[in-house]
Design a protein around this ligand. Structure first.
Ligand SMILES: Cc1cc2nc3c(=O)[nH]c(=O)nc-3n(C[C@H](O)[C@H](O)[C@H](O)COP(=O)(O)OP(=O)(O)OC[C@H]3O[C@@H](n4cnc5c(N)ncnc54)[C@H](O)[C@@H]3O)c2cc1C
Length: 380
């Protein structure tokens, strides 16, 4: 029974723990946040990732919690509607495609809640050092005593601490896009019903949409920011949003005031993680930590779910030989990751909001990328 430490309990972490338990391993999750982390934009699950959720028996729960927007309005700089569609939203794409759009925290809660009672989840702590030995990895923590594990997996997102400690990498793994997104929730002060509104002044943007039976709005500011200019602390991040978006019209001043009170403010730079290897010794990376495709692709959550599945499956195929399992994990995931990361170059095109470009270029590429992997053993 191998003991596997997983750093990060958002999407890829709990999905990996779920599949490792199913395959006879003993996972421990460690999450830096003091409890289940709220917040995040609506994210999408498509293609092979839907098959993973289905095999976990969680497809229905995800569908029940999906966003239920009926369309989108685009506003001009004065806040007047210039275009509307009841066939798509900006965040989720065209209706009628087999995909689930769901708030990140709702999907995370579904995954964590489905872990069996007794699964070890440590909140409010983080790995501080990894010392690899012949028979395992000695792990030091910020709070708890050092412990030994057979393997360690970094599922700790774009800024992965595990990646820095194990691979000794820094900023060179990023492909930054010079934009940051800041999503947060507020009460539905506009009385919007099942609708998304996108306000864009050509440079900065603000999108809002209804969530949780129209009780909440999720707002998301997007603005130019260099990776190195994004502060680590919440107050500094909020100040950066105000500095960049404070000049915007429409209801932005109200939204900025609401941001100060938001329980779940988050600021994420738009960047990809590109690495030649996602495993080293007894450490592996999964999800955004290893191969974040960026929100431009809308595929980060699908890669995370599929990566978790493939890693657990391969470890189970050669439980005594993690190196062989890691090699197969990398080989299987690489083409799928590359196809999905490449979507960012299409969606960053200035024609993105042209419905014809979306239908003839983006959607066909997405249809190929979302299924560009064969998953073995899904029914076992
Ligand atoms: C609060 C939040 C909001 C997000 N909002 C958006 C969004 O608006 N749009 C979008 O496209 N994507 C967003 N994402 C990213 C999205 O969830 C991922 O792209 C995708 O789902 C892959 O998930 P992941 O589990 O690999 O990484 P993530 O979802 O990034 O999860 C990483 C987890 O690791 C934890 N963690 C980080 N450092 C440490 C550490 N040192 N020790 C232990 N735990 C650590 C984090 O708290 C987090 O729970 C958000 C992520 C988070 C955490």
């Amino acid at each position: 029974m191998q003991r596997i430490l997983i750093s990060g309990a958002s999407i890829s972490g709990p999905a990996l723990a779920w599949w490792l338990l199913r395959r006879g391993f003993t996972p421990t999750l460690i999450e830096r946040a003091p409890g289940p982390r709220p917040g995040g934009h609506a994210i999408d699950v498509r293609g092979a990732a839907l098959d993973v959720l289905r095999a976990m028996g969680l497809l229905e729960a995800a569908q029940d919690n999906r966003t239920r927007m009926k369309g989108v309005s685009m506003l001009d700089t004065e806040g007047k509607e210039v275009w509307r569609s009841d066939e798509m939203t900006i965040s989720g794409g065209s209706f009628g495609k087999e995909a689930i759009e769901i708030l990140r925290d709702d999907l995370s809660n579904i995954l964590v809640s489905d872990l069996p009672a007794g699964t070890e989840i440590i909140y409010g702590d983080s790995i501080t050092a990894l010392h690899e030995e012949n028979d395992g990895v000695l792990v030091s923590f910020g709070q708890g005593p050092a412990r030994k594990f057979d393997l360690v997996v970094g599922a700790d997102g774009l800024g992965s601490n595990t990646r820095k400690l194990a691979f000794n990498t820094g900023g060179e793994v990023y492909r930054p896009f010079g934009v940051a997104l800041a999503p947060f929730s507020t009460p539905n002060m506009l009385g919007l019903e099942d609708w998304q509104v996108s306000y864009n002044n050509g440079k900065d943007s603000c999108m809002i949409y209804t969530a949780r039976d129209n009780k909440e709005l999720r707002a998301c500011f997007g603005f130019a920011a260099r990776l190195e200019d994004v502060p680590a602390d919440r107050a500094g991040q909020m100040a950066l949003v105000r500095k960049n978006c404070g000049h915007m019209g429409w209801i932005v001043p109200q939204l900025l005031d609401a941001m100060d009170e938001a329980p779940d403010f988050y600021l994420g730079p738009m960047a990809q993680v590109r690495m030649s290897h996602w495993t080293k010794g007894r450490v592996a990376l999964v999800g955004d930590a290893g191969y974040c495709p960026s929100p431009y692709t809308g595929q980060g959550t699908s890669l995370a779910l599929v990566g978790a599945y493939v890693l657990a499956w391969e470890l189970a195929q050669s439980p005594g030989d993690h190196a062989a399992a890691f090699g197969r994990y990398e080989d299987k995931m690489r083409p799928y990751v590359e196809k999905n990361q490449a979507l960012a170059d299409l969606t960053r095109d200035e024609r993105f909001s042209d419905p014809e470009y979306y239908r003839t270029v983006i959607e066909p590429a997405m249809d190929v990328a979302k299924d560009a992997i064969e998953l073995e053993g899904l029914r076992q």
